[in-house]
Design a protein around this ligand. Structure first.
Ligand code: SF4
Ligand code: SF4
Length: 122
């Protein structure tokens, strides 16, 4: 009797055994900007009347390299006419600015109940 040919199931399982379905050795790719924009459309905002974030000392921003302009994913921090403007209504509540501002200049609280962001998928 002829031996059954070896299946490729074992090899396939090993090939996608990176722990998350990706082939072994393949790096996770960052999402494309288009994919991020698509996800942003699935978010619902309800802006609070008052800002839930502020600057402890706005003068500190004039002496800063202003990394918040690129680390905030929602462009909340906007440098205009020599001043930092906070478009708090766009905040995704990710908390990055609370830890990434080099001067600990961000005063941040959660928006009042019922306001802020609601993610469709948790
Ligand atoms: S990183 Fe902090 S101190 Fe610097 S500009 Fe932004 S908010 Fe101001
Ligand atoms: S919490 Fe996140 S989205 Fe909101 S202002 Fe800070 S960095 Fe931007």
């Amino acid at each position: 009797m002829k031996a059954a040919p070896a299946t490729t199931a074992g090899a396939s399982a090993a090939a996608v055994d990176a722990g998350d379905g990706r082939p072994r050795g393949q790096q996770a790719r960052p999402p494309s900007p288009a994919a991020v924009e698509k996800k942003l459309f699935s978010i619902r905002y309800r802006a609070d009347e008052a800002s839930h974030l502020s600057l402890a000392d706005p003068e500190r921003c004039t002496r800063c390299e202003r990394p918040c302009l690129w680390f905030c994913p929602a462009a909340v921090y906007q440098w205009e006419d020599g001043h930092m403007r906070l478009a708090y209504e766009n905040c995704l509540e990710c908390g990055t600015c609370r830890v990434a501002c080099p001067s600990a200049n961000v005063v941040w609280h959660y928006p009042t109940g019922g306001c802020g962001i609601a993610y469709k998928r948790g």
